[in-house]
Ligand binder design. Structure first.
Ligand SMILES: Cc1cc2nc3c(=O)[nH]c(=O)nc-3n(C[C@H](O)[C@H](O)[C@H](O)COP(=O)(O)OP(=O)(O)OC[C@H]3O[C@@H](n4cnc5c(N)ncnc54)[C@H](O)[C@@H]3O)c2cc1C
Length: 471
């Protein structure tokens, strides 16, 4: 039984919109309400698929006037399904995915519902890019507002570090610009504070010359080589130069042509190094890896930047059942490696994986150079790794045990973490104490004051929620 919205009010809303609305019996309702995580099935009373900032403002007012709970859907990728809501209003930005590139000032204006594939394809046509996520069907909205890690983090910082301005619909239905000059408090909060402060209908990013070709080195070791593989990775990663990106991963080898048949779907450990400099420089970077611990197989190849960005897409298919937890680690210490290698063989689904993001903070890369208080981003700028455990499965029989596996490993790693709140974009359940821990007391208090100014009634609360400071 789904809560329904008054039909007269709905038809008045429809008359105002450029976009579409969907209620449960409409054709297209299920497609419009769909999100990435197949484990979450919520049925909004109404989905407004907006086509403009004015549509978003009308939808926000409609929801407020009827006291509907409001969810904002960008790319729909949030693990916890925060882009959807049972019996409430889903404001979907899926149709607002246009990307306009200005090559000379190196800027891109991107609709609030664009995916990284939309952005990468448009910007790479000019040999430019901005940091995006590792899976190209992720939305730029949620990812940027919470921070945004990717292959370019070490070279140019987080996605939010490269935000120049944003067009925002606030809780009272106003359309504002946020930038260093206009509404600077809002601009600060948007860079890490998540979807708390309004609906971003357009993101303006600074772009940087990248590619179009770069060099990739992927090395895979078997499950019994875990301790050596992780020790080698922790030795290599800090030596990499700023114009590179790396990822350490616990995963099952994909059934891809470059994987020898006997290793396809085998669980193991991988180190991926992307070099944005010359081929010679990359060859020098990867040679010690191969020599120190010969891998079961490797893939060393030039690759287009858009190819790198979409390389892992099939590992996270739309509709899979998914759960995750994360924490920051200053180092992959021996006890951490022991926990990971002891528990890795217990993972059941071939899609479950552990990406260990190299933040580069320790080598004074672009990520580490941004002063901690320059943005609202919650993670430490000096942490070396963001450790993410993702249980991802095609069927419940594999999902349930891997969700338990994820929780157990996270519990065991918690004493070794510098910030157990973790990354707000990797929270499956929003517990207030973890959100506070993720930001730390000072940043949380600053965010709460800005929340009180722009959303005093906490209309936008289906997120890593910042409670408005009381007067
Ligand atoms: C497979 C997978 C891979 C990932 N890889 C990475 C990665 O490499 N790097 C990384 O940093 N993160 C990564 N993430 C996490 C990702 O950043 C979050 O899931 C993020 O919420 C996705 O944004 P979205 O717009 O697609 O999500 P949605 O579910 O649409 O939105 C999530 C929340 O963001 C807010 N939101 C979204 N768009 C807007 C907007 N335009 N205006 C206001 N609020 C908005 C809303 O509060 C919403 O509840 C990954 C997630 C998945 C599932």
């Amino acid at each position: 039984m789904v809560f329904t919205v008054d039909t007269h009010a709905l038809s008045a809303l429809r008359d105002q919109l450029q976009g579409d609305t969907f209620v449960p019996d409409d054709d297209g309702y299920d497609a419009a309400r769909s999100i990435w995580n197949g484990a979450i099935d919520r049925k909004p009373a109404v989905v407004v698929r907006c086509a403009s900032a004015a549509d978003v403002a009308a939808a926000v007012r409609f929801g407020r006037e009827r006291s509907l709970e409001i969810a904002v859907r960008g790319g729909g990728h949030n693990f916890g399904g925060s882009g959807t809501v049972q019996d409430g209003l889903m404001i979907s930005l899926a149709a607002m995915n246009e990307v306009r590139v200005q090559p000379a000032p190196r800027r891109a204006r991107c609709g609030g519902g664009a995916t990284w594939a939309n952005v990468d394809n448009a910007t790479q046509a000019h040999g430019l890019a901005v940091t995006g996520g590792f899976i190209s069907h992720t939305g730029i909205g949620g990812l940027t507002l919470g921070g945004g890690f990717g292959w370019l983090t070490r070279m140019i910082g987080l996605s939010c570090d490269n935000l120049v301005s944003a067009e925002v619909v606030t809780a009272d239905g106003q359309i504002l610009t946020a930038s260093a000059e206009k509404n600077p408090d809002l601009f600060w909060a948007l860079r890490g504070g998540g979807g708390n402060f309004g609906v971003v209908t357009e993101f303006e990013f600074a772009l940087h010359p990248v590619g179009p070709m770069l060099n990739l080195g992927l090395f895979f070791w078997t499950v019994d080589q875990g301790v050596e593989a992780l020790r080698l990775s922790r030795q290599v990663v800090p030596t990499l130069p700023e114009n590179s990106g790396s990822l350490i991963a616990v995963l099952s080898a994909p059934p891809a042509p470059f994987v020898p048949e006997k290793y396809q779907l085998a669980t193991g450990y991988a180190l991926l190094i992307a070099g944005f400099g010359s081929a010679e420089e990359h060859a020098r970077l990867i040679a010690p890896v191969r020599e120190a611990l010969p891998p079961a197989f490797e893939l060393v190849t030039p690759i287009p930047y858009t190819g790198l960005q979409s390389m892992l897409d099939e590992s996270a298919p739309w509709g899979a059942l998914a759960y995750e937890k994360s924490l920051y680690l200053d180092e992959l210490t021996d006890p951490v490696i022991d926990i990971v290698t002891a528990q890795t063989p217990n993972k059941r689904s071939p899609l479950s994986f552990i990406p260990i993001f190299d933040l580069g903070g320790h080598v004074a890369g672009a990520y580490g150079r941004v002063p901690d208080d320059a943005t609202a981003f919650g993670g430490s700028r000096s942490a070396r790794y963001l450790f993410n455990i993702a249980a991802v499965a095609p069927v419940p029989e594999l999902y349930e045990p891997d969700r338990a596996w994820c929780r157990t490993m996270w519990q065991d790693l918690t004493p070794h973490s510098s910030n157990t709140g973790g990354y707000v974009n990797f929270m499956n359940e929003y517990q207030e104490d973890r959100v506070r821990a993720a930001y730390g007391a000072d940043k949380y208090a600053r965010l709460a004051a800005i929340k009180a100014k722009y959303d005093p009634d906490n209309i936008f609360h289906l997120n890593a929620n910042i409670r408005p400071a009381s007067a």
